[in-house]
Design a protein around this ligand. Structure first.
Ligand code: PXP
Length: 258
């Protein structure tokens, strides 16, 4: 029998950025982001995640207003992903989301490519963490690579949560690369280290139906944030079915009764 901690139900945060990507392709109001968020919750998501990028390439300020209103009304957590800039910190403090996940951001990247360099940028990150916690009342998460130096630096910076970047692992698994196991080993070690330091552990990036099981089996992980794959899969089976299946795979991995 697996250890009791592995039986804890995993939370699913559905990242709806790419509903906005489709909407923005035509510049109108459809598909509606708030409607997608409501459907995601109805399908088994525990919370909604959205990344307000500096260039507003998908989610926009008005979307954040709508998602804040919705998640307050239905009493579900909103997890705002954002860069560590004065502008974003001010926006987060004004909206007071349940959680803020600080991510690295480069304008030329297609998606968040690496983890935050907390160890190298702690002079900048630590005050932002403090303001988001104290002035915004948010739980602060740092999106980092599964690297012991970054885990320790995240605890030192005063974050309550780390989100481990699963992108390299998921890519390696998809490509059938022999490196996949070593990426998974690093994720497991980082999750154990973070928990020992008193940090809550989340994981996300690149997760699909094939990679969710090994990540969900890391006992210290309590939340997964999944976006692109689910929105893509929704084209074929609908958002409700796409999320519902992910929810089932997560529950089965954890041995939680369906
Ligand atoms: N977690 C974080 C911190 C992210 O930046 C992203 C991508 O926006 C995700 C999770 C979701 O990644 P994906 O869209 O690949 O599932």
């Amino acid at each position: 029998m697996s250890a009791p901690v592995a039986r804890r139900r995993l939370r699913l945060g559905v990242n709806i950025d790419h509903v906005a990507t489709v909407r923005n392709a035509r510049g109108g109001a459809a598909p509606d982001l708030v409607r997608a968020a409501e459907l995601a919750i109805a399908a088994g998501a525990d919370g909604i995640t959205a990344h307000l990028r500096e260039d507003r390439r998908h989610v926009r300020d008005a979307d954040l207003d709508g998602l804040t209103e919705l998640t307050r009304r239905i009493d579900r957590p909103l997890n705002l992903e954002m860069a560590v800039t004065d502008e974003m910190v001010a926006i987060a403090i004004a909206h007071r989301p349940h959680a803020v996940c600080l991510v690295p951001e480069r304008r030329e990247e297609r998606t968040t490519e690496g983890g935050l360099d907390v160890a190298g940028q702690h002079n900048w990150i630590t005050p932002a963490v403090r303001r988001l916690r104290e002035e915004g009342g948010s739980r602060v998460s740092l999106f980092i690579a599964a690297d012991p130096t970054q885990v320790q630096a995240s605890a030192d910076a005063g974050a309550q949560v780390v989100e481990l970047h699963t992108g390299a692992y998921c890519d390696a698994l998809r490509q059938g690369s022999a490196d996949a196991q070593s990426y998974l080993d690093h994720l497991q070690a980082a999750a154990a280290q973070a928990t020992a330091l008193g940090l809550e552990v989340h994981a996300g990036h690149g997760i699909d139906y094939d990679s969710v099981d090994p990540v969900a089996l890391i006992p210290e992980v309590v939340e997964l944030n999944i976006g692109h794959f689910l929105i893509g899969e929704a084209i074929f089976v609908g958002l409700e079915n796409a999320i519902g299946r992910m929810r089932v795979l997560m529950d089965v991995a954890r041995g939680v009764a369906l």
